[in-house]
Every structure is written in C-alpha cells, then in structure tokens.
Design a protein around this ligand. Structure first.
Ligand SMILES: NC(=O)c1ccc[n+]([C@@H]2O[C@H](COP(=O)([O-])OP(=O)(O)OC[C@H]3O[C@@H](n4cnc5c(N)ncnc54)[C@H](OP(=O)(O)O)[C@@H]3O)[C@@H](O)[C@H]2O)c1
Length: 340
C-alpha cells in the first residue's frame, strides 16, 4: 500500500489538522520505461506552504486531493527503464508519500554510491538548499571578495550555507540575523559568522547600522517583512539585495506586508533581485562539485533536523515557521534506506 499525505483544503494561516489528510492508496506498479521508487526521506521546504495556496506562483498550486508536493530521496526497487538500476539512490519530486514512479516526464537524479555522504547531507547540501545558497549568493548577488554580507535565517539551512560560502570566498564581514540567542550563538560559534543579531530584539535597524557602519554590500534575504526593511536601511552604495525567500509572509492570509525602505535603493543606487533556484538547473553539477569539496574540507558545516515518520511531515513544515528547526528539516519515511 502507498500511504500519502494529501492536501484536503487550502490553509488560511498556518497549516493545521484540517489542511492535510493521511490516505492509503494502492502501491503504484511500474510500466514500460518506468521505475518504482521507495521513498526514504523528504526535504521539508518553506515553499511547500506557498504551493498550498490557490495563487499564482512559480509552480501550479497543489491540487486538492493530491499528495503534497515535495522533493525527497528514495531507492529504486523495480525498473523497466534504462535510466535507473534497481538499488540506485535517487533524488527528485517524491511528494509526501511512500512510493513514487519515475518516468520520462517525472525524472529523478541518481546519486553516485561512492559520493561518501549520507542521504541527509545529500538532500541538504547538494539539494535545493545548498544550490540556492550557491547561486543566490554568487550569481544573483554577484558576491565579491571584500563584501560586507548580511544573511537572515542565518542558522537555518540556506542561510548557514550562504554565510559559509561568503566567508570561504573572502567576505570582509559576514553578519547573521536569527531568532533568539541560541541560534545567534550557533551562527557565530558553529557556522563562523562574524556576528549575529537577534531579530526578536527591538531596533534591528539600528543594530544593523551599528554592525555595518559603511553599509551592507550584499543582503541575502530569506525572510522578507520587517527584517528585509531593516536591512534595506543599511544598504551600501551599489549594494545588492537578493530576494531568496519571504517565510515571514507565507502564512499570512491577507496582503503581504509592504517594505518602507525601498527609497534607500535609489539613494544608494542599489539593486534588488528575486530568483528561483530551478532557473539554474543546467548548472547544478557545477555547484554540487564545489559544495561537496567544501563539505569534505570542512569549510561547509551543515546540520540536519530529522523527524521520523511520514505522518509527521505537516508538523515538520510548521517547525520552520516557528523557527523551531535546527538546520535542514528532513522527514525520514524509511530509515532502512541509506547511502553511506
Ligand atoms: N528562491 C528559491 O529558489 C529558494 C529555494 C530554497 C529556499 N528558499 C527560501 O529560503 C528561505 C529559507 O529556507 P530554508 O529551507 O533554508 O529554511 P530554514 O532557514 O532552515 O528555516 C526557516 C527559518 O526561517 C526563520 N523564520 C521563520 N519565520 C520567520 C519570521 N516570521 N521572521 C523572521 N524569520 C523567520 C526561522 O529562523 P529563526 O529562528 O532564525 O527566526 C526558521 O528557522 C525560505 O524563505 C525559503 O522559501 C528559496
């Protein structure tokens, strides 16, 4: 049987027990040119919440009754396809379920067995998270050695990688913004940020200005809202703002919060660009080679927050919005499947 978590109704605000439903459907069978994949692990990404809305986005909304869309990893257990061998460990759109079919329209990437990383690390550093950090910082943000860089959600999956890549490439200062003293301490002592500001404390704008007296050359925004506004106030001449995510807004059911400090982009001749990591798909291999090397030489530290059980995927998604995750949030669907 195939246990799936399907979208039952579109949420207003945070998802709750009425949003999704655990259903049991027949296990899929693989037809010609198809492979059957047993799902091992799910990547829990804030954007899943945006896909639940009936609103324009970069992908169509998840249909009511369909399994919740999600990337993940699994192992090939049967194959009629020349692309996949039984035993291959693969990553791709698994969705929130135990079994998934790979075919020409729905392709997965095969992870080399000798990669020397465990599955959770692969989903974190080589998956959407690491790729987003790499392309967002270097290509969209046009990072340059000597930049003063500010990163929000600094102890989170994407933010922690952004900070470390900036540090490794010669940033003048890497300043984090995170929620609470524990995460701020983690950003500095574990991920190597120069300093970290708690966005829950008052006057973030003033504290950011004090921490970057000559301005912020590159602000990597993972959260939007009030933190984005505070960072705009400190943008340096010809500074760059990378709009990666706006998690502070995803659970809002009304209009998104506006930002007041956009005139600073004019005063400082600065630019602000949004991006979606999928735009860089043709270059994922290039980034993965760099990221694997950084993990191996210890310049890219990573943490995974594992939650056991498919049925806990909705709870795992909500952790992100409460700031209760520590590192990349992953749901283990089948703990018997391993890469290394
Ligand atoms: N553009 C793309 O292609 C792309 C791809 C991947 C991810 N993203 C975006 O990147 C961002 C980070 O994703 P992630 O997977 O790495 O998650 P994450 O940073 O590991 O976890 C999310 C973090 O966001 C912070 N947060 C939650 N609500 C907040 C609020 N109201 N105000 C300020 N901070 C808040 C919390 O950190 P604190 O406890 O420190 O507040 C939380 O731990 C998300 O916005 C996501 O949508 C974009």
């Amino acid at each position: 049987m195939n246990r799936q978590i399907v979208l039952r109704q579109r949420p207003r605000g945070a998802i709750d027990e009425s949003t999704t439903e655990l259903v049991v459907r027949a296990e899929p069978t693989c037809g010609p040119d198809e492979a059957l994949i047993k799902v091992a692990m799910l990547s829990i990404d804030p954007t899943i919440r945006t896909w639940m809305n009936d609103a324009p986005g970069y992908l169509p909304p998840i249909e009511i009754g369909a399994p919740v869309r999600s990337t993940g990893a699994g192992v090939v257990v049967a194959s009629n396809s020349t692309r996949y061998q039984v035993g291959d460990v693969v990553v791709g759109m698994t969705n929130w379920q135990e079994w998934v079919i790979a075919n020409e329209e729905h392709r997965f990437s095969v992870i080399p067995r000798d990669i020397g990383l465990d599955l959770a690390t692969v989903l974190n550093v080589l998956g959407v998270t690491g790729l987003t950090a790499y392309f967002g910082l270097l290509d969209v943000g046009r990072f340059q050695a000597g930049d003063v860089v500010v990163v929000s959600a600094a102890a989170g999956a994407t933010g922690s990688a952004v900070g470390q890549i900036a540090r490794a490439r010669g940033a003048a200062r890497v300043i984090g913004v995170a929620g609470g003293p524990r995460k701020c301490d983690e950003a500095v002592s574990w991920y190597g940020f120069d300093s970290c500001l708690d966005h829950r404390e008052p006057d973030l704008e003033g504290r950011l200005r004090a921490a970057s007296p000559n301005g912020v050359d590159l602000y990597f925004d993972n959260v939007g809202g009030a933190v984005l506004d505070a960072a705009l106030a400190s943008i340096a001449m010809h500074g760059r703002v990378v709009l990666c995510g706006a998690i502070s807004q995803y659970n809002e059911s009304g209009r998104p919060r506006g930002v007041a400090n956009t005139p600073m982009l004019i005063m400082r001749r600065a630019s602000m660009s949004g991006f979606i990591v999928l735009d860089f798909a043709a270059r994922f291999g290039e980034a993965q080679a760099v990221l694997v090397a950084m993990v191996r030489d210890g310049t890219l530290r990573h943490r995974e927050h594992l939650i056991n059980g498919l049925e806990r995927a909705p709870e795992a998604l909500n952790l992100l919005f409460a700031g209760a995750n520590h590192g990349k949030t992953l749901v283990v669907v089948d703990e018997g499947i391993a890469l290394a």
